[in-house]
Design a protein. Structure first.
Length: 418
């Protein structure tokens, strides 16, 4: 089995390699190809990756390539984890929206739109080349904004599934708090990418979420940055991305008085690359935990194993077409819910209706994502403005107008039409 990772020079990659080495019985990868145009960085990451595999006793062959087309020959799955513009572009996404009093974040709001505009054309070009070289290969999209990027891929008929680590993070945390194995806990995880709620946490068919909120409510709420009374009142656990909606003005005040997350990540990446250069390092360093992406490797391995294996269906949280799951959304909307995963594809499991408190916001953001994808595919200031006007974190004409000017000014090198 051959797996290619586009964006393989990411400092995330040793996390993935570690998972592939540990979970070889789940996903028997023979060859792992890391693809990245940054050759020097790629070799640093590959070096520590090879040492990790050796320490774990894995026979998988890890190779590198700066040529995507060469890497795709005979590939079974392609994992996308690229960042167009790097941390410098992310830093801009997290700062210029603050000039208009709007949240600065790399996947939602105005910054998230900028990332989508830069990313969608690049991903679609990669996907076209995958289809030419390996038409049966699956594309697993971990590139943000996952919902919009996955919708773009599916709209063009690619064999694609979107993946995020939020659900597996909650599963692991809740299982530890309840003292049960992670695989024994099933989440009722509903919504869109980075706009989700955990409505239940079932063990042996019994919902243990009320117990979790009663005994660990303060701890859970603190990790979300939301007041414990709010979380208990809702009776669900929102994704930490909901803080940008439920506490927008508070977040803006905090962001204006602190360095951007991009600046923090850039420093973490610098230190990680120094560590990766050490020929004695043969395990993922503790510092990698500060980079983000917890349990990313487990989620990716489980999904790839389900899509490429011949075993029974497994239930995993993925990003996929709505196709009637939420009747109030169009079929081609991309939602994030538990799905049955097999070699033939993914299909959402049966879910209870989405409550109005959550359905309203989901519908609102879905409309924005439709307009954002249209802007990414066809360009034009008017389409960018309309997408921002539709976003619930913007929603005012003067804000949308000012944000449009700033977005285009900061992204001219990545948007030929700007």
């Amino acid at each position: 089995m051959k797996l290619a990772v586009v964006g393989g020079g990411s400092t995330y990659t040793p996390e993935l390699v570690d998972g592939l080495g540990r979970l070889h019985d789940v996903l028997p990868v023979d060859e792992l190809v890391l693809v990245d145009p940054a050759a020097e960085r790629l070799e640093l990451v590959a070096g520590v990756g090879r040492r990790i595999l050796a320490r774990l006793g894995s026979s998988a062959r890890l190779v590198t390539s700066t040529s995507l087309d060469a890497a795709l020959d005979g590939v079974d799955a392609v994992l996308l984890q690229l960042r167009v513009g790097g941390q410098a572009a992310r830093d801009q996404d997290e700062t210029w929206p603050l000039e208009c009093g709007c949240v600065g974040q790399e996947t939602t709001g105005a910054g998230g739109l900028a990332k989508a505009l830069r990313t969608v054309p690049v991903v679609l070009d990669i996907a076209d080349r995958v289809r030419t070289s390996a038409p049966d290969a699956w594309i697993i999209d971990f590139t943000n904004p996952v919902g919009i990027v996955t919708r773009a891929l599916l709209q063009e008929g690619h064999r694609a599934v979107g993946l995020c680590n939020v659900a597996i993070g909650f599963q692991r945390r809740f299982a530890a708090q309840l003292g049960v194995p992670p695989e024994a806990l099933e989440l009722d995880h509903v919504g869109l990418n980075h706009l989700t709620w955990e409505r239940a946490a079932r063990v042996a068919g019994i919902d243990r979420l009320p117990e979790l909120l009663e005994t660990h409510g303060e701890e859970i709420s603190e990790s979300l940055g939301l007041p414990a009374p709010l979380v208990r009142s809702l009776g669900v656990v929102p994704s930490y991305y909901l803080r940008y909606f439920y506490a927008h003005d508070e977040v803006v005040r905090e962001q204006r008085s602190a360095p951007s997350r991009a600046a923090e990540v850039a420093e973490i990446e610098r230190r990680l690359l120094e560590l990766y250069a050490d020929p004695a390092l043969d395990e993922k360093p503790e510092l990698l935990g500060q980079r983000g992406g917890a349990f990313y490797s487990e989620a990716a391995v489980q999904l790839a194993a389900g899509l490429l294996g011949d075993g029974p269906a497994s239930t995993q949280v993925v990003n996929l077409r709505n196709d009637g799951t939420f009747p109030f959304l169009p079929d081609d909307a991309v939602i994030e819910v538990p799905a049955s995963v097999t070699r033939s594809g993914v299909s959402a499991v049966a879910l209870d209706p989405l409550e109005p408190l959550y359905a309203g916001l989901v519908a609102h953001v879905t409309a924005y994502e439709h307009l954002a994808l249209d802007a990414a595919l066809r360009g034009g200031r008017k389409r960018v403005f309309e997408a921002l006007l539709a976003h619930p974190l913007v929603g005012q004409a003067d804000l949308a107008d000012g944000l449009t000017d700033r977005l285009l000014a900061h992204n001219r090198e990545h948007l030929p039409w700007a």
